[in-house]
Design a protein around this ligand. Structure first.
Ligand SMILES: NC(=O)c1ccc[n+]([C@@H]2O[C@H](COP(=O)([O-])OP(=O)(O)OC[C@H]3O[C@@H](n4cnc5c(N)ncnc54)[C@H](O)[C@@H]3O)[C@@H](O)[C@H]2O)c1
Length: 263
């Protein structure tokens, strides 16, 4: 099927490493023009080079710390300038160092909320007027199965549940302007190789995120008995970004977790 993404103008936040990188490369294979907004400039440049080789109409890098909300707004404006417009925003940047609630430092709550939730709002606010002026567009945010509640993920879970509610509300408010807004909700998705990880990826310290025993537990609790791969998430994002395949889909969350979560 022709997905209608060739020459589309797409911002991917957190597009340098792992899941975001897979999203960028999947969009590149469709001939999209991609702007990676990421804190890790060096890894973003490497991913952009790969994207061009993969067939991207072009690939740009805008370095920004999205927990700085003014910087997030500026970065999206710069990305739209480089793309010469906007068709799609993929709000993918996010991170969490799991621990039980009482072990989390309240000073860290704000950073978790800012990166995982408030930055999604900032980027949406930056692109929506241009989407409306242009007759519409697509927003896809990376949520998480943690949004349903998961041990050691309290503040992150709250942020991701907030993302799902926020995106649904954007779908309700701006559908009449042709803007579709959806989420992809990954389950545990391990990186496949070191090349896909930049210095800022959470997965450089894998055991701090999910050790082998915890990973085994997730596999056993997953009906398909396997973990998601970054490409699995990327394909669902591309589907929802497509104005052809997902033309009539808005306000939805697709869970990509092998059945680990079924809501
Ligand atoms: N990997 C999983 O198991 C999993 C599961 C559920 C949801 N998710 C979600 O998927 C998304 C991608 O996660 P991932 O596993 O690829 O993470 P990752 O840590 O490997 O990559 C995150 C990307 O965001 C960038 N980034 C980090 N902090 C940033 C900041 N302050 N400003 C701008 N960019 C920043 C990093 O440089 C990196 O490119 C996140 O929203 C995450 O919450 C991941």
């Amino acid at each position: 099927m022709h997905l209608g993404l060739k020459d589309s103008k797409v911002i991917v936040t957190g597009g340098a490493s792992h899941i975001g990188r897979a999203i960028v490369l999947a969009l590149a294979a469709e001939g999209a023009n991609v702007a990676i907004v990421d804190i890790d400039k060096a890894q973003a440049e490497r991913t952009a080079e790969r994207a061009r080789a993969r067939g991207a109409a072009d690939a740009h890098v805008v370095a920004a710390d999205l927990t700085d909300l003014d910087a997030a707004e500026r970065a999206c404006q710069e990305a739209m300038q480089r793309l010469d417009g906007i068709s799609t925003l993929i709000s993918n940047a996010g991170a969490n160092r799991p621990d039980f609630f009482l072990k989390l430092d309240p000073k860290g709550w704000r950073r978790t909320l800012d990166l995982n939730l408030t930055a999604v709002m900032c980027c949406t606010r930056a692109v929506l007027p241009a989407m409306i002026d242009g007759g519409g567009g697509a927003i896809v945010a990376t949520a998480s199965t943690a949004a349903l509640g998961e041990q050691r993920q309290s503040v992150y879970a709250a942020a991701k549940a907030g993302v799902v509610a926020f995106v649904r509300t954007i779908a309700l408010e701006y559908g009449r302007h042709g803007v579709r807004a959806n989420c992809v909700s990954p389950g545990l998705t391990l990186p496949e190789d070191a090349e896909s990880l930049g210095a800022q990826s959470l997965w450089n310290d894998r055991d701090a995120v999910m050790n082998d025993a915890q990973t085994d537990y997730v596999v056993k609790a997953t009906p398909l008995r396997r973990l998601s791969r970054p490409e699995d998430i990327a394909r669902s994002v591309v589907f929802l970004a497509s104005p052809v395949a997902a033309r009539q889909i808005t306000g939805q969350t697709i869970t990509v977790a092998g059945g680990f979560a079924m809501r």
